[in-house]
Design a binder for this molecule. Structure first.
Ligand code: MG
Length: 338
C-alpha cells in the first residue's frame, strides 16, 4: 500500500501533472533562509502568500500613494489596490501559461512592500536623504528578510525573494513567474494610472494617441485584455515571457505618453517639492533622537546602523502617518487642523 500523503504532497503531485515543464514546482523550491518543517496543507509558495498578506507592511500599503499624493477621492488607486491589480493580471498570465500561480501571486503581493510614503516623490526624497541611496525594490527585500516580525523577517522561499527583488530590473536566471510580475506591474500601472488621470481631469480618453488606441483598444479593460492575451499567445511553451512587436511598441508608446502627460504633470507633481522637506525633517529628527524610534527599530541599530534603521522607519511610514508625525514634530498644536 502506498504511504498516505499529506494534502501538500497531493498538491505538489498535481502541479507536476498540470504545470508546464518550464514552471517552478513548489516541491523543488530552493528553500528558505532558515530551514523549516513543511506545512501539511499548504505548498511552500502558498505559505509565502499568507505570510505577506498577514504582514504589517502589507496592511500599510492601503495608505500609501500610487501616483496621486494623498488623493481626496475614494476611487483612486493606492499602493494596495495597485498590488492587487498586479496580482490579478500576473495570475491570469501564469494560469494561461501553466506556470506556478501561487509563486506568481506571492511575488506580486510582495513586490511593493518597500515603497515609501508619497509614491515616487518619497522614493526620490529618501534616495537623497540616505547615504547609500534608496531603491524601493531593495527595501521590499529588506522588509521581508529583516524588518517584519521585529527583525526576524518572513523567511520566504528563495524564488519569492528573488522575484520581489528583481521586479523592476530582471536577471537572466529569474524564474518565469518573476518575469510575469515584472511585466504585469508595468501593464497594471500604465493602465490604472491613465484611468485615475482621467478621473482627476488630467486626461481624456481622446488625448491618448490614436495609434495606441488602435492597437490596444479603448479604455482600461480592453487594453489590459489585449496585452494579457498577447503575452499568453506569444509565450506559450517558450522559455521567456514575450509580447508581439506591435503590442510592445504600443505599450512603450503608452508608457512614454504617461510620462509626458501625467507622471511629469505639474498638478500631480505640484506637492512633490514639499515631500522632500517633510521626509527630511522627520529623517533628521530620528537620526538626532534615536531613543524616539519604536523599540523594534531601536533593537536593530547595533547590527544595522542608525542611518539604515532611520531609513527603514521613515520609508515604512504611510502618507498619513508621515504627515501626522511631521505635524507633531514641527507644527504648534494650536495651528493643526486635523
Ligand atoms: Mg508596483
Amino acid at each position: 500500500m502506498a504511504p498516505i500523503s499529506t494534502l501538500r504532497e497531493q498538491r505538489e503531485s498535481i502541479e507536476q501533472q498540470i504545470l508546464s515543464p518550464v514552471a517552478t514546482q513548489s516541491a523543488h523550491t530552493q528553500g528558505r533562509p532558515r530551514p523549516e518543517t513543511e506545512c501539511d496543507i499548504r505548498t511552500a509558495f502558498c505559505r509565502d502568500i499568507d505570510r505577506i498578506i498577514y504582514s504589517k507592511a502589507f496592511r500599510r500599503l492601503k495608505h500609501k500613494t500610487q501616483v496621486f499624493l494623498h488623493p481626496e477621492g475614494d476611487h483612486y488607486r493606492t499602493r494596495l489596490t495597485h498590488t492587487l491589480e498586479v496580482s490579478r493580471i500576473a495570475r491570469t498570465i501564469a494560469r494561461g501559461l501553466r506556470l506556478n500561480e501561487d509563486l506568481t501571486e506571492a511575488i506580486a503581493l510582495g513586490h511593493d512592500l518597500g515603497h515609501t510614503p508619497f509614491g515616487h516623490a518619497g522614493e526620490r526624497a529618501l534616495d537623497e536623504l540616505y547615504f547609500d541611496g534608496f531603491r524601493h525594490y531593495d527595501q521590499s527585500l529588506r522588509v521581508v528578510d529583516r524588518l517584519e516580525k521585529a527583525g526576524r523577517g518572513l523567511n520566504l522561499c528563495h524564488e519569492t525573494r528573488i522575484g520581489i527583488h528583481h521586479h523592476t530590473k530582471g536577471a537572466d536566471d529569474d524564474p518565469l513567474e518573476a518575469r510575469i510580475v515584472r511585466l504585469s506591474d508595468r501593464v497594471a500601472y500604465i493602465n490604472h494610472d491613465a484611468d485615475d488621470a482621467i478621473r482627476a481631469g488630467l486626461l481624456t480618453e481622446g488625448m491618448i494617441p490614436s495609434e495606441i488606441r488602435t492597437v490596444l483598444g479603448e479604455g482600461l479593460s480592453e487594453r489590459i485584455n489585449a496585452i494579457v492575451t498577447d503575452i499568453i499567445t506569444q509565450s506559450t511553451d517558450k522559455p521567456d515571457i514575450l509580447m508581439s512587436h506591435s503590442i510592445t511598441e504600443a505599450v512603450t508608446a503608452f508608457r512614454a505618453f504617461m510620462f509626458e502627460t501625467v507622471y511629469k504633470d505639474p498638478i500631480a507633481k505640484g506637492e512633490e517639492v514639499k515631500v522632500r522637506d517633510v521626509l527630511g525633517g522627520i529623517f533628521d529628527h530620528y537620526r538626532a533622537n534615536p531613543i524616539k524610534l519604536p523599540e523594534d527599530y531601536r533593537n536593530l541599530i547595533d547590527e544595522d546602523g542608525l542611518e539604515c534603521v532611520v531609513k527603514d522607519y521613515v520609508s515604512g511610514m504611510t502618507d498619513k502617518f508621515a504627515m501626522d508625525t511631521y505635524a507633531d514634530l514641527f507644527i504648534p498644536a494650536s495651528w493643526q487642523i486635523r
